[in-house]
Design a protein around this ligand. Structure first.
Ligand code: 5RP
Length: 233
């Protein structure tokens, strides 16, 4: 699929998600190019409407500020009415891999604590099984990264790589000041996503991992160039 077709598909998914936005809501937004489109469309359709936002990354925060939206830190809100987020992989049961943009920790806080969350993706994100196309991103405390890498490679026999930055020397530093390990799962040692999500977070030094399986989105909006499909979970 060409970049233009993918962009159009993302835009269609993002546009459909506008129907869940209502005046007075506190809305959590994730991060990434599809969420960016959602914020742009919101600014056109909901200009002057009373909305409050919490965001999962500096990128989303800056985009919300640019569009003139009211933004609060996460600890300033008592609830999140709905969260809208993207994903890197979506399986038929609504299990996700996220963290391509290194924002997985705050994304999971927002998506899991929101009353409900909705995923917006283009159709290239649909997979029959997770972990075949993308590694699992893990946000790790910088001091711990070699121990976590060795632990993963010894106990799960996969391959864990420190994510390297582009246009900066050295590793990617997350918005929280940590490193990202991208863990390529060994298909022979695969666990169900819910169990793997829990297991990875039990490793000392791991702050969060990019499997979103323990809490499912209430809707997954899949964008195609000329239509959308809304999956109820
Ligand atoms: C960032 C994420 C994003 O939601 C995911 O990478 C999808 O991004 P895009 O909408 O650009 O395809 O998890 O950490």
């Amino acid at each position: 699929m060409s970049e233009d077709v993918i962009l159009k598909s993302k835009e269609n998914a993002a546009r459909r998600a506008l129907e869940f936005v209502k005046e007075g809501m506190i809305i959590g937004v994730g991060s990434g190019s599809t969420v960016r489109l959602f914020i742009e469309l919101l600014s056109k359709e909901f200009d002057g409407v009373d909305l409050t936002f919490v965001a999962a990354s500096y990128d989303s925060e800056l985009n919300l500020i640019k569009q003139g939206f009211r933004l609060l830190p996460l600890y300033e809100v008592e609830k999140i009415d709905i969260a809208i987020d993207g994903a890197d992989e979506v399986d038929p049961k609504g299990n996700l891999i996220k963290g391509g943009g290194a924002a997985l920790t705050r994304e999971k806080i927002i998506d899991y604590f929101a009353e409900k969350y909705c995923i917006i993706v283009d159709s290239t994100k649909l997979v029959s099984r997770l972990f075949q196309k993308h590694p699992i991103p893990l946000e790790v405390l910088p001091e711990s990264w070699t121990f976590v890498k060795n632990f993963l490679e010894t106990n799960l026999r996969g391959d864990a790589k420190l994510r390297e930055a582009v246009r900066k020397n050295g590793p990617v530093i997350t918005d929280n000041g940590n490193f990202i390990l991208d863990f390529h799962v060994n298909p022979n040692v695969e666990k169900p996503p819910e169990l793997l999500e829990e297991y990875l977070n039990s490793i000392p030094g791991v702050i969060e991992n990019g499997i979103f399986a323990r809490r499912k989105p209430f809707k997954i909006i899949v964008g195609y160039p000329n239509r959308v499909e809304v999956l109820d979970m």
